[in-house]
Design a protein around this ligand. Structure first.
Ligand SMILES: Nc1ncnc2c1ncn2[C@@H]1O[C@H](COP(=O)(O)OP(=O)(O)OP(=O)(O)O)[C@@H](O)[C@H]1O
Ligand SMILES: O=c1[nH]c(=O)c2[nH+]cn([C@@H]3O[C@H](COP(=O)(O)O)[C@@H](O)[C@H]3O)c2[nH]1
Ligand SMILES: NC(=O)CC[C@H](N)C(=O)O
Ligand SMILES: [Mg+2]
Length: 544
C-alpha cells in the first residue's frame, strides 16, 4: 500500500510531495504536519517501503528518527533504491545515522551518554549548496535532541555544518550530492527555527511548490471523485453529523449531486435529539438529504448484558454494517423506478482521517490495541467484496484541523466545523459496564446540561472534547431531607490538538459548580457529580 487509495495518485500529480520514511519515532508524523503547515504536501510511509512499488516520484525524501540503533542486528534499513531516485535526502536522528552507517558501518557508535532535551547548536558555513540547510537562520539556536548513539566520524564525502555542546556532528551535508543529516529534531516545536529549516530543505533544496491549500485540495478532490464514481455510479455514505463525515458528505454532494445517499444510523446511543438535529442541519445548511435509519431497539437489545468494552465496540461496529448493507439494497430497489438514479450502489463513503491511516501503516504495525475504533481496520470483507462496494474515503490524507479548514473552504458554517468529535459507539462507551435505556437517558440529560453550560460560558471552542459519563455504582446523598441513592455522573473535558495525548480542561470553578447543581437537580437518579482530571496518557479520552 503506497498511499494510492482513490484520489491519492491525483494529489501526487498536482502537488509536489516530500516522502517521509518512518523508522518508528514518536515524532515522525510531526514532520508531515510541519511540511503541510508550509503548504507542501507530504506523505508518510513505513521505512520498509520498496521504492520500485512507489506510485509517484517524490521531490525529496526525509528519513525519520527511530528507537533502534542502526548497528544492531534486526534494525530497520531503508531500501537502497532511494539513493537512485536522485532527489535530495534529509536524515533526522536515526535517519542521519542510517545515512552514515550505509557509507561505513563503523561510522555510528553508542555514545558515552544519552542526550535528551535542549542543546545549543552552532551552525558553520562551508560553501555552496551545503549551506542551504541553514540559509537565513541564526548561527546559534536552541534545538531538541533525543539520542544515545552518535556518529563516530564524519562519513566520507560529508562536511560538518553544525555542532552542539555534545554533538560534534549535529548537522552534516554531502559535498556534491544533496544529502543532509541532522542529529536533532527540527519537527518538534522545542527546536527554534525547526520549521524554517524544514522549509529550507523542502523549498530551497527540493524546490517544492507551496501550493497545498485546502482550496486547491477541494477542487482536485471534487474532480477526482467524479472520475472515480463515473457518470452513473451511486454512493452510499455513512454520515454521523460529525465534522469528518459532514465535510466528506458536502464534498460528495458538490461532486456528484443526487447520486449520493447519506445515511445516519440511530444506534440508540446518540446524544439528546442528535439525529433530528443533524438531519435538520445537513438539510438546511448543506442541502443534503439525510436518511436516518432507526436501529435504536436492535442496538439496545443487542447490548443487553454486555459489560466488556471491546465486546460493546465490536457489536456496535458490526451492527452498523448490517444496517448499511440492508440500506444499500433498499435504495437500489427504490431507485430502480427513477431513470436518473437507477443503478447499482457501487461505492461506500466513510469519513476516515489520516491519523487512522498512519496508525495502520506505521512501521511498528498497529500499536497495541487499546480500543477498537469502530471504523478503523476497515469494513468486513463481505461489505467490500460480496456486494462489490468500493470504499471512498475522501479525507484519508487529512488531519483533523485540515478537515476543518476544508469544511470552511466548502462554506460549512463555523458551528458545524468546530463540533467536538463524537465516537461511533456513542454513549455506549460513556456508560461504564452494561448499557441500559435508563442509563442512556441519564447520560443524555447530563451531557445536554454539561454542553449547554459550556456553550453559555463561552468555553466550547477552548475545549477539544467534552461529555458526561455514567458510573453505575451508586452513592448516597441527601435531597430535601430525604436519603437518595443514585448514580454518579463523571464529567470529562479535554484539550488536545491530535487526540493522541490530552489534558483535562482547567475549568473555572463557578462553571463546574453551576453544572453540578443543575445535574443533581434536573437529572433524576443522579446524586453525585465528579470531574475527571486524568490526562491521556495514562487515561484515554473516552471512558471505555
Ligand atoms: N451513527 C452513525 N451513522 C452513520 N455513520 C456513522 C455513524 N457514526 C459514525 N459513522 C461513520 O464512521 C466514521 C467515523 O466516525 P468518527 O466519529 O470518527 O467521524 P465523524 O463522526 O464523521 O466526525 P467526528 O470525529 O467529528 O465525530 C464517520 O465519518 C462516519 O462515516
Ligand atoms: O469514531 C470513533 N469510533 C470509535 O470507536 C472511537 N473510540 C474513540 N473515539 C474517539 O477517538 C478519540 C480518542 O479517544 P480515546 O482516547 O478514547 O482513544 C476521541 O475523540 C474519541 O471520541 C472514537 N471515534
Ligand atoms: N531519536 C532517534 O532517532 C534516536 C536514534 C538512535 N536510536 C539513538 O539513540 O541515537
Ligand atoms: Mg463521530
Amino acid at each position: 500500500m503506497s498511499g494510492t487509495g482513490p484520489g491519492e495518485a491525483m494529489a501526487h500529480e498536482t502537488f509536489d510531495t516530500i516522502l517521509v520514511l518512518d523508522f518508528g519515532s514518536q515524532y515522525t508524523h510531526l514532520i508531515t504536519r510541519r511540511l503541510r503547515e508550509l503548504n507542501i504536501f507530504s506523505e508518510m510511509l513505513p521505512c520498509t517501503q520498496k521504492i520500485a512499488e512507489l506510485k509517484f516520484k517524490p521531490k525529496g525524501i526525509i528519513l525519520s528518527g527511530g528507537p533502534y540503533s542502526v548497528y544492531e542486528e534486526g534494525s530497520p534499513h531503508v531500501d537502497p533504491a532511494v539513493f537512485d531516485l536522485n532527489v535530495p535526502i534529509l536524515g533526522i536522528c536515526y535517519g542521519m545515522q542510517e545515512l552514515a552507517y550505509r557509507i561505513g558501518t563503523d561510522n555510528v557508535i553508542a555514545g558515552t551518554h544519552r542526550e535528551y532535551g535542549h542543546s545549543n547548536l552552532k551552525a558553520q558555513s562551508v560553501n555552496g549548496h551545503v549551506d542551504r540547510l541553514f540559509e537565513g537562520l541564526e548561527d546559534s539556536m536552541r534545538v531538541w535532541m533525543s539520542h544515545g548513539d552518535k556518529l563516530a566520524k564524519l562519513p566520507e564525502g560529508f562536511h560538518t555544518v553544525a555542532t552542539s555542546d555534545n554533538s560534534e556532528y549535529a548537522a552534516i551535508a554531502h559535498g556534491e550530492k544533496l544529502i543532509y543529516g541532522l542529529q536533532f529534531h527540527p519537527e518538534v516545536t522545542h527546536t527554534q527555527n525547526g520549521t524554517a529549516l524544514l522549509k529550507n530543505f523542502a523549498v530551497g533544496i527540493c524546490h517544492c511548490n507551496q501550493n497545498w491549500t485546502m482550496e486547491r485540495f477541494m477542487e482536485e478532490k471534487i474532480a477526482d471523485i467524479r472520475r472515480t464514481v463515473g457518470e452513473k455510479g451511486q454512493v452510499l455514505a455513512a454520515v454521523s453529523g460529525g465534522v469528518d463525515s459532514t465535510v466528506a458528505a458536502k464534498l460528495m454532494k458538490e461532486a456528484i449531486g443526487d447520486r449520493f445517499w447519506a445515511v445516519l444510523v440511530n444506534n440508540g446511543v446518540m446524544r439528546l435529539n442528535e439525529c433530528e438535529q443533524v438531519q435538520r442541519d445537513l438539510s438546511e445548511a448543506l442541502g443534503i438529504n439525510l436518511t436516518v435509519i432507526d436501529g435504536a431497539k436492535e442496538f439496545l437489545d443487542g447490548l443487553k448484558g454486555v459489560e466488556d468494552p471491546e465486546k460493546k465496540r465490536k457489536f456496535i461496529g458490526g451492527k452498523f454494517i448490517d444496517f448499511f448493507e440492508a440500506e444499500a439494497i433498499k435504495i437500489e430497489e427504490a431507485a430502480a423506478k427513477d431513470p436518473n438514479r437507477a443503478g447499482k450502489i457501487e461505492f461506500f463513503m466513510q469519513g476516515t482521517l489520516y491519523p487512522d491511516v498512519i496508525e495502520s501503516l506505521s512501521f511498528k504495525g498497529p500499536s497495541a490495541t487499546i480500543k477498537t475504533h469502530h471504523n478503523v481496520g476497515g469494513l468486513p470483507a463481505r461489505m467490500t467484496n460480496g456486494q462489490g462496494l468500493k470504499l471512498i474515503e475522501p479525507l484519508r490524507s487529512l488531519y483533523k484541523d485540515e478537515v476543518r479548514a476544508l469544511g470552511r473552504a466548502l462554506g460549512i458554517r463555523e458551528e458545524l466545523v468546530m463540533r467536538h468529535p463524537f465516537p461511533g459507539p456513542g454513549i455506549a462507551v460513556r456508560i461504564l459496564g452494561e448499557v441500559t435505556e435508563e442509563k442512556v437517558n441519564i447520560a443524555r440529560q447530563a451531557d445536554h446540561i454539561f454542553i449547554s453550560e459550556i456553550r453559555k460560558a463561552g468555553l466550547y471552542d477552548q475545549i477539544s472534547q467534552a461529555y458526561a459519563a455514567v458510573d453505575p455504582s451508586r452513592a448516597v446523598g441527601v435531597m430535601g431531607d430525604k436519603r437518595v441513592y443514585g448514580y454518579i455522573i463523571i464529567l470529562r473535558a479535554v484539550t488536545t490538538t491530535d487526540y493522541m495525548t490530552a489534558e483535562a480542561f482547567n475549568f473555572p470553578w463557578d462553571v463546574l459548580q453551576r453544572i453540578m447543581n443543575r445535574i443533581v437537580n434536573e437529572v433524576h437518579g443522579v446524586c453525585r457529580v465528579v470531574y475527571d482530571i486524568t490526562s491521556k496518557p495514562p487515561g484515554t479520552i473516552e471512558m471505555e
